[in-house]
Design a protein around this ligand. Sequence first.
Ligand SMILES: Cc1ncc(COP(=O)(O)O)c(C=O)c1O
Length: 496
Amino acid sequence: MEPITSRTQQETQALPDFVLRQFDRQSAEYDHLQLYRILQTGIRHGRLPAGLKLPPTRVLAQALGIARNTVVHVYEQLALEGYVEAGVGRGTYVTDLARRPVKAAKAAVADRDEPLSRRGQALIEHAGAARLQWGAFTPGVPEVRMFPVRIWNSLQSRVWRHAAPAQLSYATGAGDADLRQAVAEYVQGTRGVACTAEQVVITSGTQQSLLLVAQLLADPGDTAWLEEPGYWGARSVFRAMGLKLLPIGLDGEGLAPTPQQRRSAPRLMFVSPAHQYPVGALMSQRRRRQLLDYAAAHGSWVVEDDYDSEFRYGSRPLPALQGLDEHHRVIYLGTFSKTLFPSLRVAYAVLPPDLAEGFARSLNELFREGNSMQQAVLARFLAEGHYATHIRRMRAVYSARHDALIHAIRRQFGTQLQVLGGAAGLHVVLELPRRVNDADVARDAQRAGVTTRPLSMYYMKKPAAASGLLLGYGTVREEEIEPSFDTMATALRRHL
Ligand SMILES: Cc1ncc(COP(=O)(O)O)c(C=O)c1O
């Protein structure tokens, strides 16, 4: 086969940009899979035209901040499948697919035979979970180093000493009975949630709670309203369940559907009223009432994600939306991921009385739940007051860190940049001018060793996305906040 002559120098340089724009260093996808996907789709869809010379592996690796071997491996794979052609000393060129050799034709058949379903592909394509889950300023992760391990161990020993065989078998209910009771008392007392223990279902995380909600309360094709910007985790689960996602903008009072959007009621509405994720606003009392009235009038379900309301530094949180609901339209979701530690994987859903039994049965049917021993330990941790003590202690720690971060931001930028998020939760949002590409800033910061997540990734409608950085302070000690932020500021200044 004739070697295809190189296009212009300009085109060759455009390729790293093409890849850079799409390559997400924080994506959950492995580097080699991500790079392969970007190049392969670019070639298949003609965005990387036949004859285009790929940059040398060293150059691309450097531009992306990944290992050269990764790029070598991806080029080899693409060559094997016929997407590119390589010749010793000649470089690597995009194949003319119309004149593909046989091996490429085979690959074309394989393309049509994509192993993942369309739903699966969409899930991976829109994946939001970061691979880095520790280090300054990873958002959404608490200070796990201060978890009271000794207390936990001693409770664990006690629970194991009295372990019943049933606790080591498959679980058959909606979670450990003592834990359901303890959670019911906790959410009544601290969040004004109106419930009994029978309405509490223990899950292995908010993600699982959301999966149950989507599976049991909606059918594929039903519409879900999601806050824009909003929690990518809810988006991913709802998308995977085949729901139609409708991003709904926010105003000063919270979720703000336009009159036109209100005309067609959704099946589900996902909201975070206590501390909007990620921008941190509190939903007004008036908006809460409007939302509940609308849900009652149209038979919609309100999914209330109350993920970090324990941490408010100053004002007290408004009680949960669920407590205002007279029509049983709210599914209230809480988690121990932020108050204790995420890998515990214990969360809870408080359901309207009529739904609890169905949720519990489905949980068993789909997942054959277990983890009963851990839940029993957690029940004691709550009942004996350790949970309340830990939260009180952590509130003071996070409050000091929050202040230290604000101080570090002000020291670097004065009032040039706004901080959103209220004095609550485990992160703030540093607002950037719209012209700044926040994903580029995050990438540069990561190279310098500091983690942040771009605000734009929390939007479904990217062109309308605001620019900003989520800065978490759960994973960074108070004394490390200023030096870490200085590193962040250096990366950021290059883009301002
Ligand atoms: C908005 C929001 N809700 C809920 C959660 C908790 O999810 P899980 O309980 O699955 O850990 C998170 C964690 O990142 C979150 O950011």
